[in-house]
Design a protein around this ligand. Structure first.
Ligand code: ADP
Ligand code: MG
Length: 706
């Protein structure tokens, strides 16, 4: 005897589906089981209580519903394939031609010719008259049960050919719910949320929620039903993430930084040339709290460009050093590592702390004493690039690793780090890429994320303008003025892999154009691009850093971290081709000194809607988090942070951008529940445990991104 129909029954066995449709459902919509179909929710609703007459049917984007009869069906051969034509007559006898170009055979076979029916679709102007292409056709009885909230489902062209367009999917869902009801009774699907949680937010049970979303009684019931489904999706995700995070941090030992000692205090009292911002102080407190209990710290520090993350890194390093540990700061590029080294040495001044640099280009002879010092523990602070991960680099007692300007630090790299110490060193990852709160909350369960949301006082906002290519001469004369005042200029070109050849040519053309306008010896221009050898790149970059050259023409290689306070203008060529976060990063290269700074976004005249929105956003605000929110809205979460493949953000019902308040609510509840019952052992949490386990099993790779 076959198993009774349930949510785990393969969709193939639902009446009217079969193997061929099942295959298309999996491939096109990811629907494998009956349960998957139940969670393929309508994305909008239509009012199907009103009927129009042909005489008053106006062409346009609005879908209309007409009652009448279909006659004279006719298949017509055309250049490619066939089309199907038919005539519809309403109750007044007025005629409206119908036409289908796709799924012709299926439609022809299923049209209720000569019988009263209802058609639904958009009316178009056609050859001086009107017609309706691809109407949905319903029998009168189907139409009578229609409501003012008729569900509309997303479908594909192929599924449409199989009779599974929106209407067909809707019918399949109704059939499925009716059968489940017959087999399992009025509560035809097992509840997944504890009663306590349902009542806490006044939410309906799962059966009722699904019924109300697929076939709403009224809009209120639909909203409540959907609310419940979204809430559930967020809650289980948050339970999973928070639980994972708790385990990661609680189970691992970490060096215990009990005391704030001599180096920290002396530095704090005598050497910091400014007052820390409130946000910097708060973050230091958070780090201190994290590292004093002997648990491993794994913290992400987000702070906009120029918000003073380096100072936080240095103070944390001093904390480690005061507690007998070594600290290591890793930068993504050689130049940045050198800048950090110079900055640290200067700031530390006469404090007895040995700081060394280890990068790929440190010569063998110079390397030896550094490696020895690290192993002996006499080098307390190491600044470097990925070279510090090499097996030859052995620490005496590494207690802290700071990773600058990166929001992802791979599992493999982390493992290599951990192999360098008996107790895994605390990890502080710093990034200027603002990750919208919603996203970090989803991905990190909002644990261990610190934010510097305040810039040091006295920063002048960067003036940002948008100019088209036609205004280039004006931009050049502005550059000239600035250079004559002693300022330095960046001119950045896009480099996209797919169009690398053309992009390189643009860069070179641009460089030539600039050289013509700003000829030597009065002007000196640097160029840096991906085809140069790393040494040459660094040398050229260094010339600009040292003020030897006044204009830096580059592809996006300068994006990360470089600090040239004297640079006051950032010109971004073909700005419409950059993403928002990149534009923001690039702009952050200026505005670091005392002078008024500028950002000029160059583009062609014709701009797409999204490109326009990006450039407008840049001109309007300098707030990295606000920019990140717009970015999230424009691109969706998948693209951000390379989380696309991870599947973490494949939400079925909820929407990270629109439902963020709900996400926060679910997160708070998840944390509260786990604080009381970390492993969900209590009987009233049994359903939650089942749900989390199911999610964990379905997403085995999700933890890779944290
Ligand atoms: P980022 O967060 O982009 O790494 P940095 O750490 O490079 O920023 O800081 C940018 C500049 O701001 C540096 O010159 C730094 O000395 C300065 N700075 C940092 N904190 C403060 C502060 N509290 N008050 C004034 N200037 C500060
Ligand atoms: Mg920095």
């Amino acid at each position: 005897m076959p198993e009774p129909l349930s949510v785990i029954t393969p969709i193939e066995f639902l009446k009217g589906i079969g193997p061929k449709r099942a295959e298309a459902l999996v491939e096109d919509l990811g629907i494998r089981t009956c349960g998957d179909l139940l969670f393929h929710l309508p994305f909008r609703y239509e009012d199907r209580t009103r009927f129009h007459r042909v005489a008053e049917a106006v062409p346009g984007p609005v879908q209309l519903q007409l009652r009448g009869t279909i006659r004279k069906v006719n298949e017509v051969k055309q250049k490619r394939g066939r089309r199907l034509e038919a005539e519809f007559f309403d109750e007044d006898g007025d005629r409206l031609p119908l036409v289908w170009f796709k799924g012709v055979q299926w439609v022809a076979r299923n049209l209720p010719v000569g019988q009263p029916c209802v058609i639904w679709g958009k009316v178009s102007d056609y050859k001086g008259g009107r017609n309706m292409a691809h109407p949905e056709v319903l029998s009168l009885s189907e139409a009578q049960s229609a409501s003012s909230l008729h569900p509309v489902y997303s479908s594909t062209e192929r599924l449409g050919r199989f009779g599974l367009n929106s209407g067909g999917l809707g019918k399949a869902v109704q059939r499925l719910m009716a059968q489940l009801r017959k087999v399992h009774g009025p509560e035809w699907i097992q509840e997944t949320l504890p009663a306590g949680i349902l009542s806490m937010r006044g939410m309906p049970g799962l059966t009722s929620a699904l019924e109300q979303v697929h076939q709403p009684e009224d809009s209120n019931a639909e909203r409540l039903g959907r609310f419940r489904l979204k809430f559930e999706e967020f809650l289980f995700l948050q339970l999973l993430l928070v639980q994972h995070r708790n385990q990661q941090t609680q189970d691992l030992p970490g060096e215990c930084f009990v005391e704030v000692g001599a180096m920290f205090n002396r530095f704090y009292k005598d050497r910091i040339p400014f007052e820390l911002t409130g946000a910097q102080k708060r973050v230091i407190r958070e780090i201190r709290e994290d590292t004093r209990h002997g648990h491993h710290m794994n913290r992400l520090l987000q702070g906009d460009v120029g918000s003073g993350k380096t100072m936080v890194a240095l103070l944390t390093a001093l904390l480690a050093i005061d507690n007998g540990c070594q600290a290591c700061i890793m930068a993504p590029t050689e130049i940045l590592a050198q800048q950090h080294l110079a900055g640290f040495r200067e700031m530390l001044g006469d404090l007895p702390i040995r700081v060394e640099l280890l990068t790929g280009s440190v010569k063998k002879a110079d390397r030896k004493p550094i490696l020895e010092g690290l192993e002996a523990g006499t080098v307390q602070l190491l600044v470097g690039t990925h070279a510090v991960l090499e097996p030859k680099v052995i620490f005496h007692r590494l207690g802290l690793v700071v990773i600058d300007e990166q929001h992802r630090f791979g599992v493999a790299q982390r493992a290599r780090l951990w192999s360098k110490a008996q107790i895994p060193p605390h990890v502080l990852v710093m990034t200027a890429t603002p990750i919208p709160r919603t996203l970090s909350m989803t991905v990190y369960g909002d644990l261990d994320v610190s934010v510097i949301d305040e810039l040091p006082p006295g920063r002048k906002p960067i003036r940002t303008v948008h100019r088209t290519d036609a205004q280039r001469l004006g931009v050049f004369s502005f550059i000239r003025e600035q250079v004559e005042q002693g300022r330095q200029i960046y001119v950045v070109y896009p480099l996209i892999e797919e169009s690398a050849q053309l992009d390189h040519k643009d860069l070179m053309d641009g460089y030539e154009g600039l050289t013509r306008h700003f000829p030597p010896p009065d002007f000196r221009i640097s160029i840096v691009h991906g085809r140069m050898k790393p040494e040459d790149k660094d040398a050229e970059m260094q010339r600009f850093v040292n003020g030897v050259t006044q204009i830096m023409v580059a592809t996006t290689v300068i994006e990360v971290g470089v600090n040239v306070p004297n640079a006051s203008v950032m010109v971004i060529e073909s700005a419409e081709r950059f993403g928002l976060s990149q534009l923001h990063q690039l702009r952050g290269r200026v505005g670091r000194g005392a002078n008024q700074s500028f950002c000029v976004l160059m583009s062609g005249k014709e701009l797409g809607k999204e490109a326009r929105r990006r450039l407008e956003t840049m001109c309007r605000t300098q707030d990295g988090f606000e920019i990140a929110e717009v970015d999230l809205e424009l691109r969706g979460p998948g693209d951000l942070m390379g989380t696309k493949q991870s599947g973490v953000l494949d939400l079925k019902v909820a929407d990270l951008v629109k439902d963020r308040a709900l996400l926060e609510d679910a997160r708070d509840i998840a944390r509260r529940i786990l604080r009381e019952d970390a492993e969900l052992k209590a009987p009233q949490h049994a359903l939650l445990k089942t749900g989390v386990e199911r999610l964990r099993a379905a997403r085995p790779d999700w933890s890779r991104i944290s």
